[in-house]
Write a protein that binds this ligand. Sequence first.
Ligand code: SF4
Length: 146
Amino acid sequence: MSRLKDFVRSRSFHVIYINTGSCNGCDVEVLACLGPRYDVEQYGIFVHQPNPREADIVLVTGTVSEQWRGKLVPLYKKVPEPKAVVAVGQCACSGSLFEDGRTDPPVSDYIPVDAKVPGCPPRPQEIVDALLEVAPIVFKGYEEEG
Ligand code: SF4
């Protein structure tokens, strides 16, 4: 059973999507990736994995608000290796305008970021490109086993 699961998962990956305090502009673009125009599921990318232990990629939007400071690292640690992180939007990548004490960006100060998608907000195509760019990182373990 686990070999079957490994086989299937070696050709698709699950994304846990975390909003650490965005204005929701980036989140609308992430959700657009699921719609009929971009349809990321056709590539085997499943963006709504709520369980970190079942995820392969961590997608983060937002500025890392006060409430998220202590939660982001423990959540990241629950995602099994091999894993990758994509920071979506200027807030997650650099903090943009929001360095006021209640937020503490960027995301890379807390967890290692493998791909950054700048923009306020970035286009869905750029988000899809970043997910495909980090895919080899999460498939690495399967390729070595095979
Ligand atoms: S990068 Fe722009 S659109 Fe995205 S969360 Fe920040 S302010 Fe909103």
